[in-house]
Design a protein around this ligand. Structure first.
Ligand code: UN1
Length: 493
């Protein structure tokens, strides 16, 4: 059986417990590998290694750091297919999406490597004569990364690449469900020549390894993507230590379809948003807010198109909807469907665990559409993280925006319309970090900031230039070459 180890100070090693847990293929329950389960002791060792390595790394010119990240990009490209296959086997997304996710990491690597020759600060005029003023970015120290299973390599790339290019060292805990792709990503950094100690992989649970990282006095910041509940806990613990946290949490994203929309286009966007990655994206479409005049037609078109979505093992190229991550997730989704029915929503299609056609060994949930949902229902408010979408009827754009914004999350929203005036109004008023026009709620590109408002995050962003803010402090530097004491705000007024 393949064993997945930790990577600490440039060495692959089992954890101090010597314990391993199985890694399962969600499409068929097969054991793919065993992964080591670490403790605080392993985190301590990783932090020590990171600390030593960072002392030198911060002095390496950023373009030179970036040279290694370019190599990471090329190796990701070279190993794209292998990575996609591993990704699909351990987390279930269909292979086409697996390839797309690896592409996201490739894009990020080249983009961030380019930052090695930018990392812009400001030079500004001083208010005093013979004085020079500028601001520069400096690394914070050690970044603790806690990443989810749904985008196990893309999100790890969003966090590790900017952390490293800006001169930090990293301690990374991947999700327990996806250690195989994490191992491959670390091997790429290793093969690209990243000096030892700068990227340390510690496998294990959130409650043991995650907490040890959050509480560790020498980890300077935590970047986390995952559930709201865990994010709040991290924020509380880290806040008490005045530790920076960058949190990317839930979503309850909606597509608004106005009465003048291209309905066929909207149907494609809804199906892709709601059932792609079996609804397990932070950006998944879980609500459709539709003008009442086109509601029935939209429902008819959705039902006709949903027939074409083949379920099965994501490694089969013809499959469009793969399994959900594990049994408990499957049961939670089914529980939400029951709640929806009890709340009085009407089930249009789906609403059941699928076990026929040999799918009984995997975690398959039928693509599910509820209609006649009201904004107060739990299925319209809470994140389900599965292939379930709720249709809510409204009578105007204003009402649609109100419904869109009524949830506690604010990651992504989309509007389908042909009216430029109403589109611009929506762009202004939709309270989410991502807004799509005539496109679904997923599809973020890495050179723009990724993140959300309200309960989705705490104001930071992954990817794009904005991600540099998570991993750097600003240092403002004044150089007085007048040879005399010059008091700002006093001697010049
Ligand atoms: C996530 O769901 O956490 O826009 C990330 C998208 C992808 C990234 C999703 N590019 O859906």
């Amino acid at each position: 059986m393949k064993k997945i180890l930790n990577y600490i100070n440039g060495e692959w090693c089992p954890s101090s417990t010597g314990k391993f847990t199985p890694v399962l293929n969600p499409a068929n329950g097969q054991v793919l590998a065993e992964v080591t389960q670490s403790t605080q002791e392993d985190v301590d060792r990783a932090v020590q290694a990171a600390k030593n390595a960072q002392k030198e790394w911060r002095l390496v010119p950023a373009p030179e750091r970036a040279d290694i990240l370019y190599k990471v990009g090329y190796l990701l490209k070279e190993r794209k297919e292998k990575l996609a296959q591993i990704l699909t086997s351990e987390m279930g997304k269909v292979i086409e999406e697996g390839r797309g996710e690896v592409q996201e990491a490739i894009d990020m690597a080249f983009y961030v490597a380019g930052e090695g020759r930018r990392l812009f600060g400001d030079t500004v005029p001083s208010e005093l004569r013979n004085k020079f003023a500028m601001s520069v970015r400096v690394p914070i120290g050690i970044a603790g990364l806690i990443t989810p299973w749904n985008f196990p390599i893309a999100i790890a790339s969003w966090k590790s690449l900017p952390a490293l290019v800006t001169g930090n060292a990293v301690v990374w805990k991947p999700a327990t469900e996806t250690p195989m792709v994490a191992e491959e990503f670390v091997k790429i950094y290793e093969d690209a020549g990243l000096p030892k100690g700068l990227l340390n992989l510690v496998n294990g649970s959130g409650s043991v390894v995650g907490n040890a990282m959050v509480d560790h006095p020498d980890i300077d910041l935590i970047s986390f993507t995952g559930s709201n509940e865990v994010g709040k806990e991290i924020n509380g613990r880290a806040g008490a230590l005045l530790k920076r946290t960058s949190l990317e949490m839930g979503g309850k994203n909606a597509i608004t379809v106005l009465e003048d929309a291209d309905l066929d286009l909207a149907v494609e966007g809804i199906l892709w948003g709601a059932f792609g990655t079996a609804g397990q994206r932070c950006t998944a479409t879980s609500r459709v807010i539709v003008h009442k005049d086109v509601k029935e037609e939209l429902e008819r078109k959705l039902l006709a198109s949903i027939e074409g979505l083949k379920m099965g093992d994501g490694l089969d190229e013809s499959v469009k909807v793969g399994p959900v991550i594990n049994r408990s997730s499957l049961e939670r989704i089914d529980e939400y469907v029951k709640i929806g029915q009890e709340e009085g929503a009407k089930l249009l299609t789906g609403g059941r665990i699928v076990s026929e056609n040999g799918l009984d060994k995997g975690n398959f949930y039928a693509p599910t559409i509820f209609t006649d949902v009201t904004p107060e229902m739990r299925i319209a408010k809470e994140e389900i993280f599965g292939p379930v979408v709720s249709i809510i009827a409204v009578t105007s754009l204003e009402e649609a925006i109100e419904v869109n914004n009524s949830v506690e999350f604010g990651l992504s929203s989309a509007i389908y319309s042909a009216d430029v005036n109403r589109i611009f109004q929506a762009m202004r008023d939709l309270d989410t970090g991502l807004v799509y026009v005539n496109a679904g709620t997923s599809g973020a590109e890495i050179h723009l900031p990724f993140g959300g408002t309200k309960g989705t995050g705490n104001g930071h962003r992954d990817s794009g230039v904005a991600s540099l803010d998570v991993y750097t402090e600003w240092k403002s530097i004044y150089v007085d070459y007048s040879g005399k004491l010059q008091r700002a705000q006093i001697d010049n007024n």
